[in-house]
Design a protein around this ligand. Sequence first.
Ligand code: S3P
Length: 442
Amino acid sequence: MPTIIINTAREFNGIIEVPGDKSISHRAVMLGSIAEGITEIKGFLMGEDCLRTIEAFRKMGIDIRQRTENREQKTEIAIHGKGLRGLSAPNKELYLGNSGTTMRIILGILAGQDFECTLSGDESLSKRPMKRVSEPLSLMGAIITPKTKNREPNIELFPPLTIKGKYPLKPIKYKLPVASAQVKSALLLAGLYSNGTSEIEEPLQSRDHTERMLKEFSADINIKGSKLLIKSSKLIAKGNIDIPGDISSAAFFMVAAAISKSSKITIKNSGINPTRIGIIDVLKRMEAKLAITNEKRDYFEPTADITVEASALKGATIEADMIPKLIDELPVIMVAAVFSKGSTVIKGASELRVKETDRIVSMLTNLKRMGADIKTEGDDIIISGSGTLTGAEVDSFGDHRTAMSMAVAGLRAKGKTTILNTDCIDKSFPEFERLFGACCAN
Ligand code: S3P
């Protein structure tokens, strides 16, 4: 059972780059596969989830080649796209491991195919709700059913599931009940296979990587306020895509430096897409010393270098409408809150309950074990900044972000922190242990 041991660190310093953005890596493979022409992706995240996406499209007949893989050179992937209708039926079910993003978004593409296909995943993925995506796709004409029929599909739909696509799909006018980039992306991609204009609206804006990349691939997409209009249109391969560093991975390093004494970290070439920078806004509100330099805004995904220095943090209130911009960073924000003066309240974090694990439970259990003053009221999380933790044995609960957040907590805890089941980190950040360790001075 892989385990990480963290000892109290005196300082946390470095100038680093984090691996490529997970969300953008998935989308680059998906759009590249259904585009016409070759897409070369630089900085692709070789994490387990993104490899599942590659594997799935290979099984549907797409030629995807890896050109380089070593620490000095960024990973380059070449995708030989076959156009919207170029996928072939896989001869076995598509096993997607732990990747909820692959499963939800790929459903949008499979909805427009004229073949049937079964999607499955590991134990955690088999507990993730799929009705939020199957319901609107069914309105467009796809037939999505649970593989095992006794699972009460009227209440919720869980993998494994079978999708029978249809071409063309009916266009849809749909308002998402919850802000979800995965659901929105599935519907946008299904919209490419429909015979009209689909209109998709979200209650709050979630990450917009799909919209941005669709434009890069010349799709007919229009954004009118909170409404997204998408028409059937073919995708033209863009040639090269450079994937910026994942700000969700950078977040662990940002908080680690902010809560440590006399520390300074610079993360170079991090994505700073406005729909993802909730962590920057919150750290600034907590009065962290944070600077953004070397901004590059002429590319379809903006990037910058982010520097964070040791700071006397103050508690903050995070309102529910901010959650989509920092959903994946909430676990590490809870750690920052423990080392802040005063209390931090995170409101309406219900979506944390349906991630790889219930992240409210995983973080509460772990932080309490280390002595934190943290409680919940419904889906609100309330943390009283005590400024201290004691090393303990904690668990990832199979969730990569819980595991890495606990590594950050361990830096400032008295004594040794042992994090169990850390193999899940490979999902989004295979180099985490090495890079994190290199920044620690004991
Ligand atoms: C993702 C969207 C978010 C996020 C997940 C990746 C994506 O989920 O939590 O890690 O790439 O679209 P939701 O869309 O379910 O909020």
